[in-house]
Design a protein around this ligand. Structure first.
Ligand code: MF3
Ligand code: CO
Length: 250
């Protein structure tokens, strides 16, 4: 499948979809306190998305049973919300959410601290976020797709963290997952040329220990094999003639 180039009208709708999702994330972030269940977070996320007259795009996606992926500590992504999973002081929690506004998708993830978190775990979360911003420095027309991948890898490698390889970023637009796939680790080729009007979800998933992951028996929850914490940070961005535009930030 070819990579879609969005028209000015489509870009405006993607901007709206992104802004609304940024607001949803802001509200969700405020709700993260010790004692909240991962299901309560999902319920709040779904309620907020629907209040903005949007549709939660994760809900029922290939059978996924919730609107927000809530992944705690060693869970990398796609944690399934559960009323019995209660967040406690010292945990980290990754919230991945997305929505559809007038047919256009947005997708973003944030990793939050639950109360006070160990300094080395804070560092993992901060550097994961930093690696996204290093990556998008390369997200400019005329550069190539894997310049982004290589920049993320080059930045994160110095910390000895494991870059998850089994899951990648992606194009986004009238579908949640469009071409191209966007790895967060070093590629030997430069890949396709970036063009204005491409909208991409860039999402480093970084493990404090080794990169290896496995799937729990629910067939969704991805965990770090070594049981060490993992962080996730994602935004939907637009390639322009100049600086990339981050659509899912306020
Ligand atoms: N946000 C995920 C991604 O970035 C998609 C989650 S799909 C779901 O690609 F089904 F797990 F919700
Ligand atoms: Co995504």
């Amino acid at each position: 499948m070819a990579v879609s180039i969005k028209s000015e009208r489509e870009i405006e709708l993607m901007r709206q979809a992104g802004k609304i999702l940024a607001k949803v994330h802001e509200e969700l972030g405020k709700a993260i306190v010790p004692g909240i269940s991962t299901l309560e977070i999902d319920r709040l996320g779904e309620k907020l998305i629907r209040e903005y007259d949007c549709i939660p795009n994760f809900l029922n996606y290939h059978g996924y049973p919730a609107s927000v992926c809530v992944s705690v500590n060693e869970e990398v992504v796609h944690g399934i919300p559960n009323k019995n999973r209660i967040l406690k002081e010292g945990d980290i929690v990754s919230l991945d959410a997305g929505l559809i506004y007038k047919g256009y998708h947005s997708d973003a993830a944030r990793t939050h601290y639950v109360g006070k978190v160990a300094p080395e775990v804070q560092k993992l979360v901060e550097e994961t976020r930093n690696s996204f911003f290093e990556g998008i420095k390369m997200a400019r027309a005329g550069n190539h797709l894997y310049d982004i991948s290589n920049a993320i890898d080059a930045y994160i490698s110095r910390f000895g963290y494991g870059i998850v390889r089994d899951l990648v970023g992606h194009g986004i637009g009238t579908e949640l997952h469009e071409d191209p796939q966007i790895p967060n680790f070093r590629q030997k080729r430069r890949g396709l040329k970036l063009q204005p009007g491409m909208t991409l979800a860039i999402e480093p998933m970084i493990n404090m220990g080794r990169a290896d992951v496995e799937w729990l028996s629910d067939d969704w929850t991805v965990v770090a094999q070594d049981g060490l914490p993992s962080a996730h940070y994602e935004n939907t961005i637009l390639i322009t003639e100049g600086e990339p535009e981050i659509l899912t930030m306020l």
